[in-house]
Design a protein around this ligand. Structure first.
Ligand code: ROI
Length: 164
């Protein structure tokens, strides 16, 4: 069994409900178990034009799916929840990204793990740190607590909303 961390994001069509559906799908994912889900965070969209704020969260699963099969399942869920081919960095009903897959480093045309944006994005780092074990270290040796203290909280807000 592999422990994997998945980032969830939505800024269209009732984002809170989108995240709830996505968590239900992760809980039902074959050959996998949902272990933990962070609180929901709200932040201004990084991306072009005027966009609604995002809701973000991070989930931890245990899985026997290999990385590509996990990615297939996540992309199928994005499609099931109405994600359309969109503008780069445009608004979306649901984004599901594999942040970490055990301590594996994966670099294929389809999949980069650890997710390349982890270190710069407060809406990924803060919820990730909520549910990671203490003194967690990323595959490149970076210490999660240090990354969090170097990443300004800015306009990121922890909401009182829970998904589990
Ligand atoms: N901006 C925020 N705040 N949250 C996201 O999850 C998010 N996801 C994205 C882009 C478009 C980069 N902007 C985002 O994919």
């Amino acid at each position: 069994m592999i422990t994997a961390y998945i980032a969830l994001g939505s800024n269209l069509q009732n984002p809170q409900q989108q995240l709830h559906h996505a968590i239900a799908a992760l809980a039902a994912l074959r050959d996998s178990q949902l272990l933990q889900v962070s609180a929901i965070y709200r932040s201004p969209a990084i991306g072009p034009g005027e966009q609604p704020h995002y809701l973000n969260a991070v989930a931890c699963i245990q899985t026997e799916l290999d990385p590509e099969a996990l990615l297939d399942a996540l992309q199928a869920q994005e499609q099931a929840q109405g994600r359309r081919r969109e503008l780069r960095w445009g608004a979306r009903t649901l984004d599901l990204d594999i942040l970490l897959y055990a301590d594996q480093v994966i670099d294929t045309p389809r999949l980069q793990v650890p997710h390349p944006a982890i270190q710069q994005r407060n809406f990924v780092l803060y919820p990730l740190a909520d549910i990671c074990p203490a003194n967690f270290v990323l595959p490149d040796g970076a210490d999660l607590d240090t990354l969090v203290s170097n990443c300004p909280v800015g306009e990121l807000e922890k909401t009182g909303l829970q998904l589990q």
